[in-house]
Design a protein around this ligand. Structure first.
Ligand code: ADP
Ligand code: MG
Length: 700
């Protein structure tokens, strides 16, 4: 039978629980019979000590000891050095998980393969993923990571109320503080809001005792015991012991040995509470904020639930009673609640996949968490003047949740159209006020004729509080591949200024290619001219360019009205036949070009290929000039016996006139195509920019 296992992977202490044969959640004791295992590792030469033994070693200060590494989960820059090796927070957590898993397997006589692991509610995506990775590395399939307050509430089984109830969960552990507001209604538990500080915990209370005693010692002997690592390590243990004593008695005795001197001190509870009153106030301020965020007041709270070893301190009870008017609930061991709740959730998960329930649960049928931070992405604002944080999943949405928003993305018809999505976390619209969670790259974005592809970007927040990014081409509803890539450092700097003007609308280009089809073009000349025209077509970006074909000699004929269809243009080029408009050059194409282009928007070009000279060149020049004055650019290309001065006269400028050999035609045409693409259509600002940026869609 599959075991329903819950693990509280704590900053200070960890615990593991399971659901016994009677459906009751039970904490599994470790190899020394304790219900909690210190989250401490000691690298003693070749031996790795985990838990109580490691904590004892910490006091001796002889070997490298790793503690509080949960605070560094998800921080890739953190490295713990011990005996010539480097360890990440994930690796340290893996050692710890292996130990508690091993002890539990020995106690139960059964292998553990899967579990629900808890994390502080304010853990972000990287920390949650790091927790899942540590589980995996320890041989545990992490069914779900759930928020610690949620797990605690499940353990309390606060489910017998018909009416809607609001419970404040105040979790003060050894290294983290986490406060959440839960709402109960019929069969559902909701985490309405959650805030925390993962640099605040019982350890800070210990530190206050240490500072106080060290200064007493200094006053007495003129020596600082904190300078010496051994005295310091000893003081650390003594301070924590004293703190725990003060929970039950009014006074605790502490002695400090340092540099041959021994100081004996007594610490009273009142002094201790005075030394730490600001820390206590800090937790109360955060507790009020959790309510204020969702427009609630202490009067709206129906009960307060305490979790974490530090909530044993009498000052916590007193402050809660004072500020919230409630005596905290009792019933579940504050050290065990989180692991027990996690085991109950594991059982829920296992039952979900079974046709019949295997366990009868005291817990609730459904537990719903909320997102603690808004998740969004960087986009360009509507007037394209600034980058903005565009929120996709708002704070306090119930998880699992997902949402999709459409964004415009500019693409080009050629090349790889890429998009970078920078996932953000935070409420502000300002890129400098938020944090960046990841960089996702989408390649091969389909190109639309108008150069704008609407992309639907979806964030899916799963039950473990990790996020997946899904990208779809809105028009075809095709899913696009998303790859996760390294997030550059100082990423916020990139979005401080104004966006580059790459989003400027490319101007449409209409170009007519006019071919001299007089008798002199027969054979190789026409063959080369067609080759050149086909090459021109290949080099033109048809997303913003239309091409038409004109034949002329004694008469003028529009073979193709400007088109953006490559196939049609190709057919028209291949269809050009010598003498189809007569044998000699009695006519010119400029009247035709003028009438075809005069009313067309955007940039307009007539590209005229000439061989030999024309019967009425002055008239042709006059009509060409009419085109120039209407901003229709004439580009002339001549070869063979073409009149070079005439070519210059009909062209809009000397640079627009080309005289080449037959073999040079292909190259000349492709140069023109390139110039059209670069200067006519797409503005230079976007020329070098392969990756476009994404803009917000109007009104959304
Ligand atoms: P975490 O969630 O950070 O792993 P725990 O919930 O296990 O931590 O709480 C550990 C903290 O609780 C430690 O700082 C420890 O000193 C403190 N603690 C445990 N028992 C007591 C007590 N009786 N009085 C005061 N503090 C206590
Ligand atoms: Mg805890």
């Amino acid at each position: 039978m599959e075991l329903a296992i819950g693990i509280d992977l704590g900053t200070t202490n960890s615990a593991i629980a399971y659901i016994d044969n009677h459906g009751k959640p039970m904490v599994i004791r470790n190899d020394i019979g304790e219900s909690i295992t210190p989250s401490v590792l000691c690298f003693k030469n070749d031996e790795l000590l985990v838990g109580e033994e490691a904590k004892e070693m910490q006091a001796l200060g002889m070997y490298p000891v790793a503690a509080f590494f949960k605070r560094l989960m998800g921080d890739e820059s953190f490295i713990f050095h011990a005996n010539g090796c480097d360890y990440s927070a994930i690796q340290l957590s893996t050692f710890l998980l292996k130990k508690i898993k091993g002890d539990a397997e020995a106690a139960l006589g059964q292998k553990i393969t899967q579990a629900v692991i808890t994390v502080p509610a304010y853990f972000k995506d990287p920390e949650r993923n790091a927790t899942i990775a540590a589980g995996k590395a320890a041989g545990i399939d992490v069914m779900q990571v759930i928020n610690e307050p949620t797990a605690a509430a499940v353990a309390y089984g606060l489910h017998n109320s018909e009416n809607k109830q609001h419970i404040l969960v105040y979790d003060l552990g050894g290294g983290t503080f986490d406060v959440s507001l839960l709402e109960y209604e019929s069969d559902t538990t909701r985490v309405k809001n959650s805030v925390g500080n993962h640099r605040l915990g019982g350890k800070d209370w210990d530190d206050r005792i240490i500072e106080y005693l060290a200064s007493q010692f200094q006053d007495e002997f003129g020596l600082d015991p904190l300078e010496d690592s051994e005295s310091m390590a000893e003081l650390l243990i003594q301070a924590e012991e004293a703190k725990k004593k003060l929970t039950t008695v009014e006074r605790a005795k502490i002695s400090i040995s340092h540099d041959g001197e021994k100081g004996r001190y007594t610490l009273g509870r009142t002094t201790f509470e005075e030394l730490t009153a600001d820390l206590m106030e800090l937790t109360i301020a955060l507790s009020l904020r959790v309510l204020d965020d969702i427009n609630m007041t202490p009067q709206d709270v129906d009960g307060v639930l305490l979790v974490g070893g530090s909530t044993r301190m009498p000052m916590v009870h007193r402050f809660i009673k004072e500020k919230f008017g409630h005596t905290p609930m009792r019933g579940v061991n504050v050290d065990e609640a989180v692991a027990l709740g996690a085991a109950l959730v594991a059982a829920q998960r296992i039952n979900e996949n079974k046709p019949k329930p295997m366990f009868s649960l005291g817990g609730r049928a459904k537990t719903v968490d909320v997102t603690n931070h808004s998740l969004g992405m960087i986009a360009v604002n509507q007037d394209q003047t600034a980058y903005t944080n565009s929120i996709i999943l708002p704070k306090n949405a119930e998880i699992p949740c997902q949402d999709i928003r459409p964004y415009q993305h500019r693409t080009r018809s050629r090349g790889n159209n890429e998009l970078e999505i920078f996932m953000t976390q935070g409420e502000s619209e300002l890129p400098e006020d938020i944090s960046y969670l990841g960089r996702y790259v989408v390649r091969d974005i389909p190109h639309q004729k108008n150069g704008i592809t609407v992309i639907d970007i979806g964030y899916h927040y799963d039950e473990s509080g990790t996020v997946q990014v899904k990208v779809t081409d809105s028009q075809s509803q095709k899913k696009l591949d998303v790859t996760i890539e390294v997030l550059p450092t100082n990423i916020a700097d990139r979005f401080m200024g104004s966006p580059e003007l790459q989003n400027e609308e490319p101007e449409h280009v209409t170009a007519y290619l006019a071919f001299d089809l007089s008798g002199s073009m027969s054979g190789t000349p026409l063959h080369e001219a067609k080759k050149a025209a086909l090459n021109f077509l290949k080099n033109t970006d048809l997303s913003h360019c239309s091409i038409g074909i004109i034949a002329f000699s004694d008469r003028v004929k529009t073979k193709l009205a400007a088109s953006q269809n490559a196939k049609t243009i190709q057919v028209a080029i291949n269809d050009l036949t010598v003498c189809e408009t007569g044998v000699c050059n009695g006519a010119h194409p400029f009247d035709e070009i003028y009438s075809l282009l005069n009313d067309v928007d955007g940039r307009r070009f007539g590209i005229v290929l000439a061989d030999g000279s024309w019967s009425n060149q002055p008239r042709a020049v006059t009509q060409a000039k009419k085109c120039h004055s209407s901003d229709i650019d004439i580009i002339s290309i001549g070869f063979g016996s073409a009149d070079q001065q005439f070519l210059k006269d009909i062209a809009s400028s000397d640079e627009d006139s080309f005289f080449t050999s037959m073999e040079g035609l292909v190259e000349t045409f492709s140069t023109i195509a390139q110039v059209l693409t670069e200067t006519g259509g797409i503005r230079p600002a976007s020329k070098n920019k392969k990756r476009g940026f994404i803009s917000m869609l109007n009104g959304r």
